[in-house]
Design a protein. Sequence first.
Length: 117
Amino acid sequence: QVQLVESGGGLVQPGGSLKLSCAASVIRFSWYKMAWYRQSEGRQRELVATITTGGTAVYIDSVKGRFTISRDNIKATAYLQMNNLKPEDTALYYCNAEWRSQNMNYWGKGTLVTVSS
């Protein structure tokens, strides 16, 4: 059974940093496009960042220059380094793994990030 397990969330003051991890129990992790989404209260889930199998990263405008997505194919883990956090970054952050050609798409259960003084 495929599992994605997020960790690293918590409470941090504005301007602080957190690093989220997503450990994947999938075969051929390197063939999956990985992504981080977030959902805050009363809002729809939004895509934050993606990283392709080749390592190309894409970000939404609001996190550019502050967040960095990365992956370690040996450890089958994706990461989201978040710096200069703002209160509006407060959300439940989800990891997603997609292998589109094989119609495979998996989600983790999320890790909560709260940015507050």
